[in-house]
Design a protein around this ligand. Structure first.
Ligand SMILES: Cc1cc2nc3c(=O)[nH]c(=O)nc-3n(C[C@H](O)[C@H](O)[C@H](O)COP(=O)(O)OP(=O)(O)OC[C@H]3O[C@@H](n4cnc5c(N)ncnc54)[C@H](O)[C@@H]3O)c2cc1C
Length: 453
């Protein structure tokens, strides 16, 4: 393997997903020399595979749609959805950093105009962004400003001088980042060992996300005594078809459009408006680890082609949506007891009509918002789905400027982290879109800290 011609930079970024590209772009824009190493042959990581939903408040799109939202409301929803466990200082930094993220999306011309309420939100705050356009534009800006991108090169470890981190080791020699090293290595969804270590109850979830996301950044920082946050709360996302490949995720949340969830016995088992992380854990406990999203033609008509999580046309094209003229026929197609499913649907419809309390306390479509609809208009549909470990939202302890903290709270000099490798933002659960927002905001934020440091 040839050694690198140039090995000394102001900063080195490890990982070429959204957080890493945002950091490299911003460092280069500050006039700092920067190298980014990416262990896979292509940049993108989980970011490139993602749905592209960003949680943002106070946007022009919200104003045009008449959505009354505010940074304070966003903050309060994150505190609430995280069960009060997340670090308020980090959440405030996230909210305050939105302007830079919005500017980056503007520059990339990556808005789609799609806006909705999703898990953990009390307002329509999930903005669909053309993630491919955003990643490509950040990459273009980074390279144009002089950043050196090195796909196909893994960082093997951190290089230190005394207690300070000054670079990373690689097969092609050490790369020195004299002002700082940014860990943007994503999560550990592809490491069975780490999933079993931290969240053994989630080990049956389908491994998903970037194939390079094996927790390398966590391990590198641990060796220097880094602390961890939220890691025991990591949970799989419910809604992925069991035959999904790495090429295209098949996440559907028809429950947020009005579907019910039933297990292989034809029984409901949860409030379907809960976060898909809460449902992820609930579904892991069901027979076969599977739940069917069952709905009627009214909900089917709410499908949004091309919109991740709501695109039923695409799943139908893939042959993964089942339909039948009656609920009993649907049950037979699914191999679910027909009488039981018919009774489950009848009981649910009674509660939607207000004639009985819902068995699981469901009051809305998603997170308490939206009006329930009965499962009543033929034809009927079902989508079989499992829980997938798409992202691991706990990780390294960081200060609000993104510098990595030791277990005792002191900072590790020269070491920063951004994106999914970081914990402290999501607490016990997860609001849709906060992983991508966190990656974009904190990628830039660590770059600012290094440039001004
Ligand atoms: C199917 C799916 C859908 C999702 N949808 C959404 C959504 O709509 N909204 C949302 O907010 N979140 C979503 N997420 C989660 C979100 O995509 C991630 O949390 C986010 O993209 C993480 O960004 P990142 O830059 O931290 O990591 P990544 O984009 O995963 O990038 C990390 C990179 O680091 C590289 N790397 C790892 N170790 C090394 C090493 N030793 N040396 C060099 N490189 C290394 C990896 O190969 C990878 O390319 C989704 C995830 C998936 C899988």
């Amino acid at each position: 393997m040839t050694r690198l011609a140039r090995r000394e930079f102001d900063a080195v970024v490890v990982g070429g997903g959204l957080a890493g590209l945002a950091a490299a772009q911003r460092l280069a824009a500050h006039g700092r020399s920067v190298a980014l190493v990416e262990k896979c042959g292509r940049l993108g990581g989980s970011s490139a595979m993602s749905g592209g939903w960003f949680a943002l408040s106070g946007t022009a799109l919200q104003r045009r749609a008449g959505v009354e939202d505010s940074d304070e409301r966003f903050l309060a929803d994150m505190v609430e959805s995280g069960g009060g466990v997340a670090d308020p200082a980090l959440l405030r930094a996230l909210v305050e950093g939105q302007a830079g993220a919005i500017a980056a999306i503007d520059r990339a011309d990556a808005w789609t105009g799609e806006l909705k309420v999703s898990a953990g939100m009390t307002r329509a705050r999930a903005h669909l962004i053309r993630i491919d356009a955003l990643l490509a534009h950040l990459q273009h800006e980074a390279v144009s400003a002089g950043a050196v991108l090195l796909p196909g090169l893994a960082a093997g470890g951190l290089v230190t001088e005394g207690a300070r981190v000054v670079g990373v080791s690689s097969e092609r020699g050490d790369l020195i980042g004299s002002s700082g090293v940014v860990l943007a290595t994503g999560g550990f969804s592809r490491s069975r060992e780490l999933i079993e270590l931290f969240v053994p109850g989630q080990a049956a979830a389908m491994p998903y996300g970037g194939v390079g996301n094996t927790g390398d950044g966590l391990r590198m920082a641990w060796r220097l005594g880094a602390g961890l946050a939220d890691i025991g709360h990591v949970a799989a996302t419910y809604g992925q078809h069991p035959e999904t490949t790495d090429d295209e995720h098949e996440l559907l949340t028809a429950n947020y459009l009005g579907a019910i969830l039933v297990n292989e016995r034809g029984e409901r088992f949860a409030d379907e408006s809960a976060s898909y992380k809460v449902l992820g854990s609930a579904v892991l406990g069901q027979p076969g680890g599977t739940a069917f999203q069952v709905f009627d033609s009214v909900v089917r008509a709410r499908s949004r082609p091309g919109v991740p999580l709501s695109d039923m046309e695409r799943l139908e094209e893939l042959g993964h949506l089942v339909s039948a003229p009656t609920i009993r026929d649907l049950a037979r197609e699914l191999g679910v007891p027909a009488e039981r499913l018919a009774r489950t649907v009848a009981e649910y419809n009674e509660s939607v009509a207000g004639r009985r309390d819902d068995a699981f306390g469901r009051l809305g479509l998603v997170n308490g918002t939206g009006s329930l609809v009965p499962v009543a208009s033929a034809p009927f549909f079902a989508y079989a789905a499992v829980s997938a470990m798409t992202s691991t939202y706990g990780g390294l302890s960081v200060a609000p400027d993104g510098s990595v903290k030791r277990v005792d709270g002191s900072r590790i000099d020269g070491l920063y982290a951004a994106g999914e490798v970081v914990g402290g933002f999501h607490g016990a659960s997860y609001m849709t879109g906060t992983a991508l927002t966190k990656a974009l905001v904190f990628g830039a934020r660590v770059a600012d800290a290094i440039a001004h440091g």
